[in-house]
Structure formats: C-alpha cells, structure tokens
Write a protein that binds this ligand. Structure first.
Ligand SMILES: Nc1ncnc2c1ncn2[C@@H]1O[C@H](COP(=O)(O)OP(=O)(O)OP(=O)(O)O)[C@@H](O)[C@H]1O
Ligand SMILES: [Mg+2]
Length: 269
C-alpha cells in the first residue's frame, strides 16, 4: 500500500498534492483498428472518492473506463498504449494476470446483467471459482455485500430465488453486490443508473455514496445532476481527450474551459 503514485502531475488542476491516488493513467491511447478513440489521457483517481467521467456521446468515456481493467482486451483489433499504474504496477503491461487484476478493479455495466441463477449464486459465483467452499465464508459475503449494496432487507428471505425476478434497480444493486464480493479496491461503473427509474436511480446513488467509504469509485454518467450529487471530482471528456479535470463543484460552477462550460450548462438547462 506504500506504492501509490501520489505525485500531483496527474492532478494538475487540483489544489493540494497530498492526496492518496489509487490509480493513474499516463498518456493513455486507445485505438480501434486505425481509429484512435483516446488520445493520450493522464489522470489520477483519488482513493475513497467518487470521480465522474462526463462528456458528449462518442467522446471516449466508456473506452477509457474499459481500459482501466483491461476490458478492451476483449475487443478484437483494439490497441491500448500508455501506462495504467496501480499499486506501483503497470497493469497495462504484458505480464499482468488480468483475471487476478480484476479482483482488485471491478466493473458494473450500464445494463444490469445478473446471471440466470439465484441471488445467492450470483454473489458467490466468483468466490467459488476462486476456490472458496466454506459455507460460512460464502454466507458472510452474501450478507455483507447485499447490506453494502442496500439490498439485504429486501431479499434476505429470498436468497435462493432467481435474480431475474428482481426489479431493474434491485438487479443493478445485486450487480454492485456481485462486483464487491471479491473485495475490490476500485469500482468502475459505466452509466449504472441510465436504464433505471428515478427511485431506483436514487437508491443506486445512495449505495455509491455509502460504498465510497471503502472503495475508490469511477463512474461514467450522462446525468449532470447525478454527477453533481455524488461525485467529488469530475473529468470532462471531449473528442477523446480529458479536457478538464477538477473538483466537481468547480467544474459545475467555475469551469476553466469554454467547452466544459457549454457542455455542463447545456445539460443543466
Ligand atoms: N467496439 C468498438 N469498435 C470500434 N469503435 C468503437 C468501439 N467502441 C467505441 N468506438 C468508437 O470510439 C469512440 C468513443 O466511443 P465511446 O463508446 O468510448 O464513447 P462514450 O463517450 O462512452 O459515448 P456514449 O456516451 O454514447 O456512451 C467513438 O468514435 C466510437 O464510435
Ligand atoms: Mg459510453
């Protein structure tokens, strides 16, 4: 835990260089075939904070987020160059056990995607695959993660019912519970509430606010009110670059760059 790169060069817009940084990207480029979608992005994400990635459709938010736990590896023809530093290790390097790394850096997608299995099995699936067989450990993980995801009270008596019988908002909270079952350090979320109704969205937001005590959270959102409500920092993506990165309240009240102001104000309008 001593090896976090806490240099402030990645937080050049922030006031104070003494923040603990959980993850950085250094000149990260991502290309799909000959089309470069990310043009050299250097950002550092502060530990136990929520950072929102905002920007117009096609600006590269999902591409960037996916690269942070090597999900772009799964897309043929994709080339990711530059460093992604996590605990002193370049996780974009060749000798990384990606499967192992994803235990530390988990992901939740836009569309709730529970397995067609019970609530209990959804949460314990990865633990079992990693060899955990002890029932008390599995039971504890189910209770802990469902509590953290704000779903325990609603499902504690139905743990063996199908996850597909849950509402969309409940399914998304189950996916968050599943993602934290491996006790990751960092949680990546790509528009996790965009398909949810306002009430479910609020519950997911409450969940994230609760989780940031224990996790570093990076979230893509199109919803400016949501970014304003839950995030500590915001990075504004524009045409494959992170144009501006600062405390969320500054991005929303005193952005330094006109493109940021146009985007943020347009969406508040
Ligand atoms: N699998 C892919 N193959 C080829 N090009 C892609 C792929 N995914 C994204 N792109 C391209 O990369 C660029 C960035 O797309 P990306 O999905 O990262 O944007 P985004 O900011 O997440 O947009 P949205 O807000 O609509 O989700 C776009 O030009 C897009 O067409
Ligand atoms: Mg996207």
């Amino acid at each position: 835990m001593q090896n976090y790169d806490s240099s402030d060069r990645y937080l050049k817009n922030l006031d104070d260089g003494n923040r603990e940084i959980a993850l950085t990207t250094d000149d990260l480029h991502v290309a799909y075939g000959t089309h470069e979608a990310i043009h050299g992005v250097s950002l550092g994400f502060e530990r136990f904070k929520i950072t929102a990635l905002i920007g117009a459709s096609g600006s590269g938010k999902s591409t960037y987020l996916r690269s942070l736990n090597r999900m772009n590896d799964n897309i043929a023809g994709t080339k990711v160059t530059g460093k992604i530093m996590y605990r002193g290790l370049d996780i974009n390097g060749d000798n990384i056990d990606v499967y192992e790394m994803r235990k530390h850096i988990g992901m939740v997608f836009q569309q709730p995607n529970p397995f067609a299995k019970s609530i209990y099995e959804n949460i314990t699936f990865a633990l079992k695959r990693h060899g955990e067989k002890r029932k008390d450990v599995l039971d504890e993980a189910v209770e802990r993660t469902l509590k953290q995801a704000g779903l325990w009270k609603q499902v504690k008596d139905d743990l063996h019912q199908s996850a597909l019988a849950l509402s969309g908002g409940q399914q998304q909270r189950l996916c968050i519970a599943r993602a934290i079952a491996m006790k990751p350090d960092i949680l990546l979320l790509d528009e996790p509430a965009s398909v949810l109704d306002p009430v479910s969205t609020a519950t997911v937001e409450d969940t994230l606010m609760e989780l940031k005590k224990d996790y570093t959270i990076i979230i893509v959102t199109h919803n400016m009110q949501q970014a304003g409500r839950i995030s500590d920092y915001t990075a504004f993506f524009h045409l494959g670059d992170a144009l501006e990165y600062d405390e969320t309240r500054k991005i929303f009240t005193r952005p330094k760059i006109k493109a940021t102001e146009d985007y943020v104000s347009g969406h508040f309008g």
